[in-house]
Structure formats: C-alpha cells, structure tokens
Write a protein of this length. Sequence first.
Length: 148
Amino acid sequence: MTQDASLSVSPAPLRLARWLLLTLLFVAIFQANAAWRALNIPDDLTSLVSLSRPLEFSAAGIWALFALLAAGFIWRRRAGALRFGTSILAGFSIYSVLRLFLYVSADYDRGRLPFLLVLVCIPLIALAAARLRSRLSLKKINGDDRHD
C-alpha cells in the first residue's frame, strides 16, 4: 500500500459522524427544552398531564445528558463514538415510541401512533444503513477481505 492510499479517507464515515453529531445535539436541545417545560407547567394544568412532572423532568434530563455525552465523544473522535451515538439514538427512539404507547390518551393521538412509529423507524433504518456502509467502506480501504 502506498503512502497516498493510506491517507485517503472515505467520506461516508465522516458524513455519518456529522449527521449523527447534529442529530444528537438536536435531541439534547429538544430534551433540555422538555425538562425545562416539565418544571414550568402551571399547577392548574398538572392534573391534565399524563406523566408526572418529576418523572418527565428526570427522563428528559437523562436523555439530554446522554445525547450531549455521545455528541462530545463524536466531537473528540473517541473510539466507539459512532456506535455509542447510534445506540443512544436507537434507545431514545424506542423510549419515545414506548412513551407514546403508554401515555397517549386522546383518540387523535392514538390515530397518529402508526404514523409516528414509521417516522421513528425511518431514521433508525437510515442510521443502520449508513453505519453498515461506513463499516464496509472502511474494510475496503484497509484491504480487509474477511467475511464476518
């Protein structure tokens, strides 16, 4: 392998890292906003909210911290950061769907569940495909012809 070939880097892993970083930062901001909103629900509306305020605040805060942690790992290019980031997004997506299934009470919201499920699954499938493509392109660059 020549020196020039060893320096070439496939754009697929870098593109995945950028999109993952932006998505994780969006989730962190979204969940920080949800935590703030949970603390600022007026007392007269508290009885109308299906999830308790402390539980909603805690869950949103934990997801915001995990998303920031994963984004920081990707920013610092730590080993396993992409895997950790995709795991956080997958876990957050599953949590969001489960929360919808458990706490949705209005008929309108129940009618939206299939659409929301598809909306959550599409990014997960896209992330898995991008991860697989980046892994295959790295094996091709490294000359690894083993079949796992």
